[in-house]
Write a protein that binds this ligand. Sequence first.
Ligand SMILES: Cc1ncc(COP(=O)(O)O)c(C=O)c1O
Length: 407
Amino acid sequence: MSETDLPVPSVPNARDAVRALRPSQIREVANAGFGVADVLPFWFGESDRVTPAFIRDAASAALAAGATFYTHNLGIAPLRAALADYVSKLHGPTSSDHIAVTSAGVNALMLAAQLVVGAGDRVVAVTPLWPNLVEIPKILGAHVETVALGYGERGWQLDLEQLLAALTPDTKMLLINSPNNPTGWVMSRDEQRAVLAHCRRHGIWIVADEVYERLYYAAPEAGVESTHSRTAPSFLDLATRDERVICVNSFSKAWLMTGWRLGWIVAPASLMDDLGKLVEYNTSCAPAFVQQAGIAAVQQGERFTQELVLDLKASRDHLVRALSAVPGVDVKAPPGAMYVFFSMPGASRSLELCKAMVREVGLGVAPGSAFGPQGEGFVRWCYACNTARLDAGVERLKRFLAQHGTR
Ligand SMILES: Cc1ncc(COP(=O)(O)O)c(C=O)c1O
């Protein structure tokens, strides 16, 4: 009997941890909108504006100059130096030895998880949360426990005692995303201080996803030095550079570079050799010409970012005002990120609601349940666009409610 005569084995499948991953519900809603003419998409976390010209020009010049080769695993030295300078201005002295360039924030999150968690480890995450943070440790076989933010008169709030209680001594890693996607919640400096002290006591790693740190609309906290106008409280302001804190950041949000796939990690120097190995086996490096463009962004982009934040704040306020006037909608202006996360009639089954809205009136928003069960009852709207577009979206929402009633 030849090998080809052997019986065909059962259907080939991915391993269990991968099969158990949650598919993206935002994608499910977007798929429901295929074939619908004229959808207004507010479901993804990106601006409708193109990357600023000075950054695109830097990439073109780098390509023209032949920046088409592999680079050092941890990034080209001038970009690491530029990032060290940028981080130092925002959060205090930081050397290039603590910086690694990554293929955007999501790759940085995967690398951070690969550095510190393995099968069976306990991970704690504060939710509602962008699903990637919760799913990535599961790929590695870790168990993820969640601590839910609460929603009340003051918007989304953390129950600090509940979080500290969840951070048991056998916890390996805490995942905190502040400013938060989807709620816009921002962790206060005092909360960070308490969590850092607790994690130090128990040797728990903090992986802080601070990709929205620049998209912060509250006044800077008193006594915090920064040459940049506004930055959300960061674990980097409190932690030393050589303790168990890994900070993840990205070029996607502050410089509108989502499609470029460029980010960075600030981490203890003692991790860098091992991090370099992981980069080698994941992506080997970020593209050379994209890294050159990153230098232009961090060195020349400060004015752009500050203007972007003013625009986003105006869009946020515009949308919150417009939605507040719709009967049955409960919306509060969040202090950070680029989303409003609000409740409306029908949102207790948010996936069905969002699919119906895209099918019937071409309004594309993300269901709260995409951000974990704690997000059910809400809808996420990315407001990074002009106010005319926001108004058109709100008109569609009103039309939908007029057809379905506001109960
Ligand atoms: C909380 C959070 N972290 C990380 C990212 C990663 O962004 P990127 O991979 O484009 O850098 C996103 C993107 O939306 C996000 O919302």
